[in-house]
Design a protein around this ligand. Structure first.
Ligand code: AFP
Length: 337
C-alpha cells in the first residue's frame, strides 16, 4: 500500500474564506458575505468578456464620454451594467454608485433594500484594453449612514476610514480577487478549470520600504517644485539609502498598486498646474486602494492628509495620492510639507 503524503498546501476557496470571515462576527446576518459572494460572481462574468476582447467586435468606443471626460469603451459599459445587475437584487445593498455614472444608482423599488452601500470603478485602466495590458475592477463597501429606505448621498459620501471592506479584481495574465474586510489583505487566483478562486496570497504585507516609484513622468513640467524635488531625490545616486529607485508605470492604477502592494515602493498621482487635484477619484479608486494598502501595513496620503480621513463632498471628486510602503509615503509627505 502506498503511504499517503500529507498535503503541504491547503485549498481555501474564496467562498470558504468569506464564510469563515462572517463567523468572526457572531451577530452577522450573512448580508455582507452574500454581497462579497455576488461580487465575485460579477467579476467572473466580466472576466469572461475581457478574455474575449480581442476576438469579438466589442472594442471600439461608444459615442459617450463618462463623467470624468474619458471616452467610454464598450467593455466599460458591460462591466458597469453587469456589476449593477448582479448586485441590485440580493437584498444586501441600499444604494450603489459607479465611476461610469453621474448620479447614484438606486436599487429598484421592488427589490429588498439592505444595510450596505457599494461604490465601484467597473473597469479601471480601460485605456489599456486594446493593448492587452492588465486592467481591473475596484470596489468599496460601507454600512449605510441613513436609517432606512432608499440610500442617499449621505450613504455614499462617507470618509474612507468607515469602509467595511474593499477590494479589486485584476484581469491580467491570470485573474485575481484581492480583498480585505479589516482582517488583513488576501489574494485569490482563479483556477479556470474549476471556476473557483483559490487562496494564493494569504495575508499580504507590503514591504516597509521599496525601490520602485511609479508616476506619470510626462506631467513633471506641471508639478509643484516640492513634487519635483521629491522625484529628483528618488533618482539620485545614494546606494547606502537604496537609491536610485527604479521607475515602473503601467497606467492602470489597479495594476500599478497591485505591484506596489507585493514589491513595495510608492505610487504617486500628484496634483499639477493643469489638474490641481490630480486625476484619480477619491471615492472609487483612492479610498478602496488606501484601505487595502493600510491593511497590508502601508500608507496613503494626499501629501498633507491621510486619504482615508478625507470626507468626499461630491461623488466624482479627484484627489492627489501618494500610496505604498509606509516609509516611502512618510518620506514623500516630508518633501511635500
Ligand atoms: P482609464 O480607466 O480611462 O484608462 O484611466 C485610468 C486611470 O484612471 C488609472 O487607472 C491610471 O493610473 C491613470 O488613469 C493613468 O493616468 P495617466 O494616463 O494620466 O497617467
Amino acid at each position: 500500500m502506498t503511504a499517503r503524503v500529507p498535503s503541504v498546501s491547503k485549498f481555501m476557496t474564496l467562498e470558504r474564506h468569506i464564510l469563515d470571515g462572517g463567523r468572526l462576527h457572531p451577530h452577522a446576518t450573512g448580508q455582507f458575505s452574500g454581497l462579497l459572494h455576488d461580487l465575485a460572481l460579477a467579476a467572473k462574468l466580466v472576466w469572461r468578456e475581457v478574455t474575449k476582447a480581442g476576438l469579438v467586435n466589442i472594442l471600439g468606443t461608444t459615442d459617450r464620454m463618462n463623467i470624468s471626460g474619458d471616452v467610454v469603451k464598450k467593455l466599460d459599459e458591460f462591466a458597469d451594467q453587469t456589476i449593477f445587475r448582479m448586485m441590485d437584487h440580493g437584498g444586501h445593498l441600499c444604494v450603489m454608485a459607479s465611476e461610469e455614472n453621474e448620479d447614484l444608482l438606486h436599487i429598484p423599488e421592488d427589490y429588498p433594500h439592505g444595510k450596505y452601500v457599494l461604490l465601484y470603478d467597473p473597469l479601471d485602466g480601460s485605456g489599456n484594453i486594446d493593448a492587452n495590458v492588465t486592467i481591473g475592477s475596484i470596489f468599496s463597501i460601507y454600512q449605510r449612514a441613513s436609517v432606512s429606505g432608499k440610500g442617499t448621498m449621505e450613504d455614499v459620501l462617507q470618509p474612507g476610514i468607515r469602509q467595511a471592506g474593499a477590494g479589486y479584481v485584476l484581469f491580467g495574465s491570470s485573474m485575481m480577487f484581492v480583498y480585505s474586510t479589516g482582517h488583513g489583505v488576501h489574494g485569490f487566483t482563479l483556477d479556470p478549470s474549476v471556476g473557483e478562486f483559490l487562496l494564493s496570497h494569504e495575508n499580504i504585507r507590503i514591504p516597509k520600504r521599496g525601490r520602485i516609484y511609479s508616476v506619470n513622468e510626462g506631467n513633471s513640467g506641471r508639478w509643484s517644485p516640492a513634487v519635483q524635488r521629491y522625484m529628483q531625490h528618488l533618482k539620485e545616486e545614494d546606494p547606502a539609502d537604496g537609491r536610485p529607485y527604479s521607475q515602473r508605470y503601467i497606467g492602470s492604477l489597479v495594476a500599478d498598486v497591485h505591484r506596489t502592494l507585493l514589491y513595495g515602493g510608492i505610487y504617486c498621482y500628484p496634483g499639477d498646474t493643469k489638474n490641481p487635484d490630480g486625476k484619480l477619484r477619491l471615492v472609487y479608486e483612492c479610498n478602496p486602494l488606501a484601505y487595502l494598502v493600510e491593511q497590508a501595513g502601508g500608507a496613503a496620503s494626499d501629501g498633507r492628509v491621510r486619504i482615508l480621513e478625507k470626507t468626499p463632498l461630491t461623488l466624482h471628486e479627484h484627489t492627489p495620492i501618494f500610496i505604498g510602503s509606509a516609509e516611502d509615503v512618510e518620506r514623500a509627505v516630508k518633501f511635500l510639507r
